[in-house]
Design a protein around this ligand. Structure first.
Ligand SMILES: [Zn+2]
Length: 237
């Protein structure tokens, strides 16, 4: 992420409540363990997602899956399994179209189509939306907020999709120092997400869904986590 994008992300995060824009969770855990949110984008994948679900179950971990609509059409049973096993489903558009070549209108249509598909498959509405590449425009942002969608970004990105081998992932994991509130971006259309969970579970962490953090703040008062020197913003939605 460029320095400019990082700066803009910080400014936006400081300005809006968590239920509008989430880039990290609360910095205080409810237990002795550190809490992080593992998020998995670009699935479901017929081979890697089931393997990842097995690993999450063995670790007693919950995650948040940002699925691509057209893939949910091909793998509906996997979507149901994700929901049935207590994980959260998020919206990652219908086709994962390139943001710079997708109008706000087309983007919002894709979001609506995917949201409906998730609702049809699981019986639950989907409130989290992660734009491909985290890229948004003013029009797309306002459109999501009008539709009561929480823009769900991340603060920890190993870029697992671009890693050339498992050793590279293990090097990243060795250097990663989890902090409560971290939202880690992984991809379940690659085999490495399962390897990452296997390794991370050794750290005595509690793995939560992003909505667990939002729910904890309460429906009426979903204020974002506040760093020293930052202004707290009340939820006015
Ligand atoms: Zn993606």
């Amino acid at each position: 992420m460029s320095a400019l994008r990082q700066l803009l992300k910080s400014v936006f995060t400081a300005a809006f409540p968590q239920s509008w824009l989430m880039t990290h969770g609360p910095h205080a855990s409810v237990s002795e363990q550190k809490e992080i949110a593992l998020t998995f984008d670009d699935g479901p994948h017929p081979e890697h997602t089931p393997r990842l679900l097995d690993v999450l179950a063995a670790a007693g971990a919950k995650g948040t899956f940002f699925v691509i609509g057209e893939k949910t059409l091909r793998h509906p049973k996997l979507v149901r399994r994700i929901a049935d096993e207590g994980h959260e489903l998020g919206n990652h558009t219908w086709t994962h179209s390139e943001p710079s070549q997708t109008s706000a209108g087309r983007f919002l249509e894709e979001v609506a189509q995917t949201r409906q598909m998730i609702q049809n498959l699981t019986g639950r509405d989907c409130r989290l939306m992660r734009p491909p590449k985290g890229a948004l425009t003013v029009g797309k942002t306002l459109g999501l907020w009008r539709r009561q969608q929480t823009i769900a970004l991340w603060n920890s990105d190993p870029k697992d999709f671009a890693m050339k081998d498992e050793a590279e992932l293990l090097r990243w994991l060795d250097g990663y120092r989890p902090r409560t509130g971290d939202i880690v971006l992984l991809h379940d259309n690659h085999p490495r997400a399962a390897i990452a969970v296997e390794r991370l579970k050794c750290n005595d962490l509690r793995f939560v869904t992003m909505s667990e953090w939002l729910d904890r703040a309460g429906p009426q008062k979903q204020t974002r986590a506040v760093h020293p020197g930052e202004q707290e913003v009340a939820n006015v939605r």
